[in-house]
Each structure stands twice: as C-alpha cells, then as structure tokens.
Write a protein that binds this ligand. Structure first.
Ligand code: ZN
Length: 242
C-alpha cells in the first residue's frame, strides 16, 4: 500500500490538481489530508469538495477552524485575517458545516495524523526545530507522526532511547526501533523558497517515506486571487515560495 499525505491546500485548486495527478501516477491507494483546506487561496469551495471525495482522512486546520468560527483569528496576521473573512463569503453553507465538523487527529496503520502538533492538537503550536520535534515524540505512540502547519517540509527520526535527529534530504527508509516525525509541507502555499507544491508519499512495501515536489501553474492561481481582491502579499509569495 502507498499513501499520499498532504496538507495546507489553502484553496489553491491548481496546486491541488497537480498534486492529485502526481499522486495518481505514484500508484497511491489512499490520500490523507492534514487540514487547512481553505484560507489564502481563491477556490476554497472546490478544494473542500475535491478533498472530501478523494481523501480518506480530512483533518481540522487552524484556518478551517477560523473560517468555521471555532478559533479566534486574533493571532492571524492582517492578510490571513482578510483571507478568512473573504473565504467565509466564498463557501457554501454545506462546506461551512463540513469545516466545523472536521476531526483534530486520526490514527491510521501505524501513523498518527495531526495538523499542527501532537502535543496539543487544538492549540496550533508550530514545530519549528529539533527541540519541538524531540518533545513531539512524547505525544504519539505510532511509528510515524505526520504534520503540516508550518508549510516547510521537515523529517526527523528518533531511535529508541536516543535523541531526535534531523534527516537530510527529502526521503528516509523506515527502520524498526526508530520513530519518525514528518512535516509534509504545503500543497497550496509552500514557504521553503521552493514554490512547487509539497506532499509526502508513504510506501509500506518499501518501508519508506518521500517528500515530493510538484510544479503547477502559479500564475493562474495568482490571477484568480487578484481578481478576487485578496491581498497582494498572499499571491506574490506563491511565486517565490515563502
Ligand atoms: Zn496552513
């Protein structure tokens, strides 16, 4: 079995479509989505609809929660807040209901899934470095924990009885006696200076995880955002991936 794990689509339909095409070509059997289907991008309704029909798991992200009125958006910056308000006006009642009902975590086939951090899923902590990663290992029992939220792909491993270590590169074999924390990056708004959409592929037969990058027509998304009156900062960043 192969699983595609993706996160932070943020209403970017072109990026989502490109990723789904890549997922299909990879032969993945299942898709798990870690949340933030909406916020920032111009196609929240279409992205929620596609994710609901294509993904076996759909989790709650902080932007989903904010759009649904479940999280204070006080700690959102001004353009993120404007995007939340815009998104509320762009989604149907039915989609609003779906967003409000998303679960915060899931456990599937030896993997723990959460949008931000396993320590306190509803508080949207950012796992920024090795210290945060180290702490996170104490809050899940599965071999692998997949997260999103920072929009920066990141892999860490912890051998039983040892400290967590970062993994260089974009792939790792899964070894017995070692657990893994994997940030799958963002489909719709990457922030690691690579504008291509990011997702993770978990291959059970090969016992491996790989972060994949997929190019998509950024200008199309940008034009839609301009048209929709979304803040320039939000569409300019897509081009550079930050
Ligand atoms: Zn996000």
């Amino acid at each position: 079995m192969k699983r595609a794990i993706l996160s932070d689509v943020h209403g970017n339909l072109e990026a989502l479509q490109a990723v789904l095409e890549n997922v299909r070509a990879s032969g993945a059997d299942e898709i798990w989505s870690l949340g933030d289907a909406v916020g920032y991008g111009p196609d929240p309704e279409a992205c929620v609809e596609i994710l609901c029909s294509e993904a076996e798991v759909n989790l709650m992200g902080n932007h989903d929660a904010a759009v649904a009125g479940l999280t204070e958006e006080e700690n959102f910056n001004i353009s993120a807040r404007l995007a939340v308000v815009w998104t509320r006006s762009a989604v149907s009642e039915a989609t609003m209901k779906i967003l409000a009902g998303l679960p915060y975590t899931a456990s599937r086939e030896g993997a723990f899934l959460v949008h931000a951090s396993p320590r306190s899923p509803g508080e949207w902590h950012y796992i920024m470095g090795l210290r945060d990663a180290e702490e996170s290992f104490g809050y899940f029992k599965e071999q692998v924990c997949f997260v999103g939220h920072t929009h920066v792909p990141f892999l860490a491993a912890r051998q039983d009885g040892k400290h967590a270590e970062p993994i260089d590169g974009n792939a790792t074999p899964l070894r017995r006696g070692t657990r893994y924390l994997v940030n799958v990056g963002s489909v719709g708004q990457p922030r690691d200076l690579d504008p291509r959409a990011s997702y993770a592929l978990l291959d059970e037969a090969e016992a491996s995880i790989e972060i994949r990058r997929v190019a998509y027509p950024v200008e199309t998304t940008q034009a839609k955002m301009r048209e929709a009156g979304l803040p320039a900062l939000l569409y300019e960043r897509l081009q550079v991936g930050r």
